[in-house]
Design a protein around this ligand. Structure first.
Ligand code: ZN
Length: 165
């Protein structure tokens, strides 16, 4: 008899999802396409990972994730206004755009463009979805045991083998 896998540590999970905010507005939609993650390796927000534990293929999960278990609380002190000239001239700055920045100690960090007003650009270390309660409608499409290499790397490798970002 073959064992029916449920979602748990070191298993690769495929799911489709629609993400809405408190008002029901769609924030993200996988359009029915499968999104793969490795369970137990912080590949997805902790609140969703927690609520997917033990689910099986075919299950539909409505998961409500508070900011603390999603993209974090919105921090006012993580926002800075800088002049447009601080960015490369040819850079097409857009609200919501992620930027890779460097801390004073040389470590990498992510910033996002939060607002553009004339020559002032507000950059923020808050994820664009920080402070939001996330309403996920998830459908579990597949579950498999991860390969040892995937577990060692902490992420899923595609069907074509190994690739890294
Ligand atoms: Zn890898």
């Amino acid at each position: 008899m073959s064992e029916v896998l449920d979602i748990g540590p070191d298993r690769v999970v495929s799911f489709s999802y629609v993400l809405r905010d408190d008002e029901g507005a769609v924030l993200d939609d996988s359009q029915g396409q499968a999104f793969d993650y490795l369970h137990g390796h912080a590949n997805i927000v902790p609140g969703l990972e927690k609520q997917l534990l033990g689910r099986k293929v075919g299950e539909e999960v409505a998961a409500v994730v508070p900011p603390e278990e999603g993209y974090g609380i919105y921090r006012d002190d993580a926002v800075e206004s800088v002049h447009r000239s601080a960015f490369p001239k040819d850079m097409d700055l857009q609200v919501g755009m992620p930027l890779r920045a460097e801390n004073a100690d040389g470590t990498a960090m992510m910033l996002w463009v939060e607002k553009i007003q004339g020559a002032r650009v507000t950059v923020s270390a808050n994820h664009p979805l920080a402070g939001k309660t996330l309403h996920f409608a998830v459908k579990v499409l597949g579950i498999r045991e991860a390969l040892p290499e995937e577990v060692a790397h902490g992420h899923v490798h595609g069907p074509d083998g190994h690739h890294h970002h």
